[in-house]
Ligand binder design. Sequence first.
Ligand code: PLP
Length: 423
Amino acid sequence: MDKNLRKALELDKKDPLKSFKNRFVNSENEIYLDGNSLGKLPKETIELTSDLIQNQWGTRMIRSWNEHWMDLPKTLAKKIAQIVGAQEDEIFVGDSTSLNLYKLVFSILQLQHGKQKIVTDSLNFPTDLYVLQGMVATHFQNHSIAYIPSNDGISISIETLENCIDKETALTTLSAVTYKSAFRYDMAEVNAIAKKNNSFVIWDLSHAAGAMPVDLNKINAELAVGCTYKYLNGGPGAPAFLYVKRELQEKLNNPISSWFAHEKPFDFDPVFKADQGIQKFAIGTPSILSLAAIEPGLDILLEAGIGNLREKSEQQSKFLLHLIMIYLVPLGFKIASPMEVEVRGSHISIQHGEAYRINRAMIAPKIKTKIIIPDFRPPNNIRLGIAPLYNSFQELYETARRIETIILSKEYEQFDGEKLIVT
Ligand SMILES: *Cc1c(COP(=O)(O)O)cnc(C)c1O
């Protein structure tokens, strides 16, 4: 037996989290390496949502608001708070990540009037950049956005960042783990640099929450947003979350006033009076069906323990990197993620001139072989997402060998380069 396969099997045997895979819906003969884009479906979510629809909505109807639904956002906030190291009254669950970012950017720029510089980095997720660009175009037309450059397209050096954040900086917004390369910031260090300049940081935790310990309170984080459909396994388009440190809440204003953010929504007062806590960030009625579906994924994560997940994720990304060096780098692949595990999230990007067609051959093979699902990010990245709750070391081994075969047999030549809508 190949010694790397033997190693993979040994690591799987010792894996304390191996039983968690069975809590999810799995397909035979498929390897799923896209949990960083859409997490898997927990089996429990199937039962929960069918009860929700048939009984809570179907039978109990409007009565379910008092019986189950009014408390739901708070129940979820409490669980997400544990995952990101916050207090339950510092987390609002609802809306999309983009919308939550919009609320926070708007309220901070309003609070920081007088300072007109917004800092972000060139590796940030497009929606985060679009929110900033739109904000400047519509509400803060004298503001400007500075994009911290990356020397290698993979990481951002702390010196460059330090040069960019100055006394004029109202706000810095960054992804804690960048979506393409998986570069991971030292959040505490960035918060300290911002503080020295009387400035705020909004963290986007979309690629960090559920994949690694995040301790927002401990690292003096003041603001954050994140999504629940990646490592939290909340379901496609599941509502996102927003974090505002308790002391800051009363100083900030949600740019959209609505009844669920009113101090007493069911008084039906014709005059808006904002709730003074985290609830002020609500916009309208919560999306109960999709909110409820988030809970089983959170329960599974909390049961597994975030520390254990990170430990396995580190072991797995190191192992995968080792396999990539042995089997794929000699075939022309470039590693487009940080080499050091401490500055890396839970996925690895590799680059190849034929990345898109290789990706297609993995997902929709024309020969009889295992289907492997990574994703593609332009111009030439294949992202291999590691979700330690359900990925095994053997799957990582098989993935590296499968990509090797696709190159050696030139199997990718049977695919055209025409891009699907979602890649
Ligand atoms: C996935 C992701 C989002 C998603 O934003 P939505 O508005 O929820 O679609 C935002 N930011 C980052 C960094 C992401 O990775």
